[in-house]
Design a protein around this ligand. Structure first.
Ligand SMILES: [Zn+2]
Ligand SMILES: [Zn+2]
Ligand SMILES: [Zn+2]
Length: 325
């Protein structure tokens, strides 16, 4: 069967979502929030019925977003893709796995473990942090590599047609740690390029501001990677703060909006969607601090227009769909 694909936003929040005891407007908003996650959903073009679902990251709140989005009779997970092991991208693995197992039981079907793509370093972290789920719920596809940022990795093997997902290694310094020795660097993180029916989406989170290969590729492979992520229909990009990438001498591991602007100028996306949104580290009283998603969109658009950056920019909302056809 030919499927037609779309992206669905499950969450665009940063790691800590809301903090009790914080007086900022963002923490005081009483609405459903979730860590950054997107679903790639296939549907039958005639009936609209769900045919396939790949989930990219499964942090806090993501399962609630899926429950709100999917028709209960159709809900399924065919593939899990993990950008990296950080808790805000993996904390609901147990809930997802148990939901899939209990749903299979309810439907009188046999539970099959969820095929899960991740890099070798992340696989090692998951065996440590989520050993129960790793063996009970997941069918891991481990890349067995630790390639440098800007390397194009082998496409994710998929049990569906008309869709290609290419992972690219990225620097995300707070996750690029060897679980056996926290002082050793081990590249654990990737982002995904999703291509279907001539449309392209780049899911570029979490990343730090040292991914200079995007601005100035200096090997033929990095040039290929930049070509792969250029002129995307949708660029979902890590935007943790307005200006801040270092706090008390420590790298936050994330992009600020000023680096997002440089990357967007280099790779010309048609739509830029800001995710992993926070602003807390910008500090009270500074731009970014306490901004709600709506304020982020307004301020980002002003800056985009002022610098004549390509396409549009905004924060997407949970449940929002982006067609890949
Ligand atoms: Zn994160
Ligand atoms: Zn706050
Ligand atoms: Zn992270």
């Amino acid at each position: 069967m030919i499927s037609r694909y779309r992206l669905v936003v499950n969450g665009s929040g940063h790691a800590f979502l809301r903090e009790f005891g914080c007086s900022c407007a963002r923490c005081r908003e009483r609405k459903h929030t979730a860590n950054t996650s997107v679903s790639i959903v296939g549907g039958d073009p005639r009936s609209g019925r769900l045919t396939w679902h790949a989930l990219v990251d499964v942090g806090l709140g993501v399962n609630t977003s899926l429950c709100n989005y999917f028709n209960p009779d159709e809900a399924r997970v065919d593939q899990l893709l993990l950008s990296h092991w950080h808790p805000d991208h993996t904390l609901e693995i147990n809930r997802l796995g148990e939901t899939a197992r209990r749903t299979a039981f309810r439907r009188g079907e046999k539970f099959t473990k969820i095929p899960t793509w991740c890099r070798n370093g992340t696989a090692r972290w998951l065996q440590k942090n989520h050993s129960y789920e790793w063996y009970r719920h997941l069918l891991p596809h481990n890349t067995n590599e630790a390639s440098h940022p800007g390397s194009i990795l082998d496409p994710v093997p998929l049990e569906t047609t008309g869709l290609k997902i290419t992972p690219v290694a990225v620097s995300h310094v707070t996750a690029d740690i060897d679980p056996a020795n926290f002082k050793d660097r081990l590249y654990c993180s990737a982002f995904f390029v999703v291509e279907a029916a001539g449309k392209k989406a780049v899911l570029l989170w979490d990343a730090d501001g040292s991914n200079d290969w995007i601005l100035a590729p200096d090997t033929p492979e990095q040039e290929d990677a930049v070509a792969l992520i250029s002129e995307a229909d949708y660029l979902f990009i890590d935007c943790f703060n307005w200006n801040t990438e270092e706090v008390r001498g420590f790298n936050t591991g994330h992009l600020s909006f000023s680096t997002v602007r440089k990357y967007a100028a280099a790779i010309s996306p048609r739509q830029t969607l800001l995710v992993h949104i926070s602003g807390h580290e910008d500090g009270k009283g500074n731009p970014g601090w306490g901004w709600t998603d709506e304020q982020w969109t307004v301020e980002a658009q002003k800056a985009w227009d002022a610098s004549k950056l390509p396409g549009s920019v905004r924060v997407p909302s949970i449940g929002e769909e982006f067609p890949l056809f």
